[in-house]
Design a binder for this molecule. Structure first.
Ligand code: HGY
Ligand code: MN
Ligand code: MN
Length: 422
């Protein structure tokens, strides 16, 4: 430990200033534009690199999956590092804080330790900006963190294309990432002892309770897939109602069934995209495609939701004389975080004036993949109105300051008392 007593305090205003500059650079009235693998995402990365250089962190590398790793050497370089991270990429027209808060807060922790005269942290501190957490272009979330966790299988992604019809391999290649080599990022996990992530809650729980921040118990499981319906395109004016094979109506009915199944199981179900062909007002839709996202904190319930949606889709397609095909996009089981670290995060959140008990995350985070391999904990900052994945996403500055203080204190505690040390 350095000459100073105790870990340094993170300058929360510095973190907020970095977030404001990032929003200025890659946001605007239409919301965040940092969709992964785009020029705006590269610009966000360049801003991060500049900040790292300004605090003297030169050890910055990009791994085979496109993740950015920045290392601040500790006194004992042979000990497993404490990793801090999240993601700079956003959904289209997203908010200023989803992911970015965690990366800039992690930068804030490195900045606090790198400050003149503070001395080195006990062990290496590593900041990771994970690539493509959102999966906005191809539907596959946690791309970079799953590569580090060793669960990324390029064969499962090979057929994925974006709205413009480009394959994931083509888009990654333009950013210097070879999809086939991305799993090699897993070799780095051995250098990590534990992982901490600060994130906005993205839901209404903390805001509704008037609480600023909390620890997080784990992430819900997800089943995500596409459904294709094949009916018959026909003339809107001449085709009698009982002679139609309307793929659009079948899709709409299935989307409503997704809602009903989610409510029946106490989970969440979303039809985030629904496309009709030929997609003109004078033709009955001959083809329809839906993208469905089902989530539940319990794996048994999640499996039951998937089964019920499949049964409903099969019934509806048959009733409307449409063909039905299902294409899996991605799934992850519910992931609990490390109990000891969650308790430490609860104590830190409580000391910062936040909620004393952890809450579950309905959203996925890179922490879910990292939790497969190392002890993980997260801290949430309250989201105003629970809105996220929208340009209206916002958090109160005082709530962010409390969450950043909790996160910095948690990082200090883990650095001095790594998980597994009595
Ligand atoms: O889908 C999610 O929950 C994450 O925001 N990508
Ligand atoms: Mn996120
Ligand atoms: Mn997100």
């Amino acid at each position: 430990m350095s000459a100073h007593s105790g870990p340094p305090t993170v300058d929360a205003d510095g973190v907020l200033a970095d977030l404001a500059e990032l929003a200025e650079l890659t946001g605007g009235p239409g919301g965040a534009r940092r969709v992964c693998w785009t020029a705006e995402w590269v610009a966000a990365r360049d801003l991060l690199r500049g900040r790292l250089a300004s605090i003297g962190v030169e050890d910055v590398e990009i791994d085979e999956a496109g993740n950015l790793w920045a290392r601040l050497p500790g006194e004992d370089g042979s000990a497993p590092a404490l990793a801090l991270g999240s993601h700079l990429d956003s959904v289209p027209a997203g908010g200023p804080l989803d992911g970015a808060l965690g990366v800039m807060a992690g930068l804030g922790v490195l900045r606090a330790w790198a400050r003149e005269g503070h001395g080195r942290p006990p062990r290496d501190l590593v900041l990771i900006d994970f690539a493509d957490e959102e999966g906005s272009r191809f539907g596959r979330s946690l791309f970079g963190s799953s590569a580090v966790a060793g669960t990324l299988d390029p064969a499962e992604l090979a057929g994925l294309t974006d709205a413009a019809g480009e394959t994931i391999a083509e888009v990654l290649d333009r950013c210097g990432v070879d999809l086939e080599r991305a799993p090699r990022a897993h070799r780095r996990i051995g250098s990590i002892g534990s992982y901490l992530e600060l994130h906005i809650e993205q839901g209404p729980v903390l805001d509704a309770a008037g609480e600023s921040c909390s620890a997080v118990s784990g992430c819900a499981g997800v089943e995500r897939f596409r459904l294709e319906l094949e009916g018959q395109a026909s003339h809107a004016g001449t085709t009698p109602m009982d002679h139609r094979r309307d793929a659009g109506l079948a899709a709409a009915e299935i989307a409503l069934a997704v809602e009903g199944v989610a409510r029946a199981h106490g989970g969440v179900g979303t039809t985030g995209s629904l496309a009709l062909e030929p997609g003109v007002v004078t033709a009955v839709a001959g083809r329809a495609e839906l993208a469905v996202d089902l989530r539940h904190p319990d794996s048994g319930e999640l499996g039951a939701m998937l089964g019920d949606v499949r049964d409903a889709a099969g019934r509806i397609a048959a009733e409307r004389d449409c063909g039905l095909a299902e294409h899996p996009i991605w799934s992850i089981e519910p992931i609990p975080f490390d109990p000891a670290l969650v308790r430490a995060a609860e104590a830190a959140a409580s000391r910062a004036g936040g909620r004393a008990s952890a809450i579950a995350s309905g959203a996925l985070h890179d922490a879910a993949e990292m939790a497969r391999r190392v002890p993980v904990a997260m801290v949430f900052a309250a989201s105003v109105g629970g809105i996220s994945h929208a340009r209206e996403e916002d958090s109160r500055d005082d709530d962010l300051r409390a969450a950043i203080a909790a996160y910095g204190a948690l990082a200090g505690a883990v650095l001095t008392e790594p998980p597994g040390t009595d």
